[in-house]
Structure formats: structure tokens, C-alpha cells
Design a protein around this ligand. Sequence first.
Ligand code: SF4
Length: 364
Amino acid sequence: MSDSRANFYDFTRDQLLALVSRWGFAPVHGARLWSYVYLRGTEDWRAMDELPARFRAQAESELAFGRLATAAETHSSDGFTRKYLLALADGRRIETVLMRYSGRVTACVSSQAGCAMGCVFCATGQMGFVRHLSAGEIVAQAMHVDAVLRGTGPDAALADAASASPHDRHERLRNLVLMGMGEPLHNYDAVMQAIDILRDPSGLALGAKRITLSTVGVVPGILRLAAEQRPVHLAVSLHGATQEERAALVPAAKKWPLDELMDACRAYIARQQRRIFYEWTLIEGKNDTPETAHAVGRLLHGQLAQVNLIPLNPTAGYDGEPTGRDAAKKFQAILAGYGLPSTIRQRRGIDIAAGCGQLAVAKK
Ligand code: SF4
């Protein structure tokens, strides 16, 4: 049965207080409702006993918690990665990943069901675009992971039983990457609304420096982000150092060519005084040669930038092989010669297809 109530998770705190005022109640009730949900993780109206019964009845008739049902959950064999297949209200499905690497816990959330950008090595791109997610559907993914960490989620018992660590309880989510399914800047308004909700200091209070948004290079979105005060980290997928090489891997480069992208990135850095993280999927024999590394070095030389080198993760629709460790190290050393810091991403979650570029679900 479809639920015509608004999704609580679509509202910023200010919007919620305004809504409560329109119902004829004091905003303080809205503030308390917000705290119940974001600080205590409560979605049970009956448990909100510090709120007047009349207010609760009104709120329950108007608002639903658009929590996403877990259709499937998989854990990587090393215990560091969990992938959730989550069902949206309309039956569409998306994937969300919980990563526990280097002492930090991070949620990787989706911004769209599918993706219109069509990067050739990406399973999401291979499935095509289904639809944008609402702000509430993005926030609900973070809340899903937060509930698992606190041990109160709908799948808490399952998570607990499979947990390798007693520390995997009563934590809060502190890090978020928008690197799941979809291109965040193609769904700009909903993504920014979700970021604002998740950053609210009286809610989940994620620090802006703990949020990373990854784009394939949507130039208008980068310029818009440059002009706004939303100091999240920006990651730009590069993958090719010339227009031709990049367009062969990233079809979106035909719409937003490399020189326009570089202009937008320089404008972003100048305006925000912030480093850009360039993502480079290392594909053996394709974009991992020393010549290419020099071309990347020349392209980014002088920019406030860091390059994240990501050996290709396998997907059904692309034949390429990942670059080996030695060649990746050589690539990295050449970048260092241009003053460019870089990291080589550890390959995690591959056995459950939760690595970069591997998220996909059957298109409904
Ligand atoms: S890499 Fe990102 S932008 Fe490209 S197709 Fe995949 S999800 Fe879309």
C-alpha cells in the first residue's frame, strides 16, 4: 500500500520546525522530534513520550520515516566491508556500503538509482539511469548505516551475529562518501539538501571535512559548488589525461571536455581554497603507462590536488585488467616528480562487488 505521507528525512531542521508551526504547534516540539530521530535513533512514535500525544498523532498522520528495507546484506570475507541492497518505496533498489578501513567507519551512499553517465568500466554506468533519489532517500541510507553501527537497525540482529568485533556496537556514523550509485552533481539539489540535513549540528552532525562528494566531471555542478558555502571534499574522476583518452572511458567528457573541466576545477580551488582529489582508475595497458603518468603530471602540475589511484575492479561489462602493484608504484613515483601527492587505493570489498565501480542492481 503506498504511503502518501511526507518523508521525515526530506526535511532540514528549519523546514521541520516551520512545518510544525503550520500545524499550530510550538516549534520546540519539532526540535524534540528531530532529536528523537537523529540523536536517539528513534522512529517509534510511541517511544517519543516527551512529546504531547496530540502532537504525536498529528505528526504521525503527516510524516513517515522513509526507512529503506534491507533486501539483502553481504559481508566481505575480510570483515571490513558490508553491502546493503536497499528497497525504495517504489520497489526500486539501490546499494549502500559500510566500510571499516584504517580505524574509520564510512558509509558510501548512492545518489541515484542507476546512472546516466555511462563510464565504461562501471557496473552502475552499465545498467543505465533509472531515477534520481530524493534527499530523504539519501539521508535514509546514512541513517541505515548509523542504525547498524548503533545496533538498533532493522537488521541489527543479523549484523550483530555476523560481527567480527565487539566494537561494532554503539558507534555513530562519522564519515560519508557520495560514491555509490549515480552522479551526485546530476542530482544537485537533492544531494545538497541531504548533505545539509546530515551536517546539522543538532542532528547527525557529520563534519563537512568528513563528507566527500565524487563527480565524473559535471562542470556546471562543480562551478555551482565552488560558489556555495558547503565545504565538503570534492573528488573528480579523471581516468584520462587527454580529451580523447578520457572520452573513451568517460562518455560524459564529450559533454564536458577536459579543458572545460580543468578550468572548472581551477576555479573551484581558487574560490574554495580547497584541494581536489582526482580519482584515477588504473587499467592495465590502457591508462597506466609512464607516458600517461607524465601527461597527468603536466595536466595537474601546480594545482592544489591529490591523485587517488584505484586499480580497476572487475565488472561483467568491461574486459580490462587492473594495473599491478609495481606499475602502480611507478605511476605514483612519476606523479611525485610533478609535486603531486597520491595514494594507491587498497582493493577492498571486491568479493562482494562493493568496490569502486562495482555497484549495480537489476534494472526494474
Ligand atoms: S563511475 Fe560514477 S558517474 Fe560513472 S557511471 Fe559509475 S556511478 Fe555513474
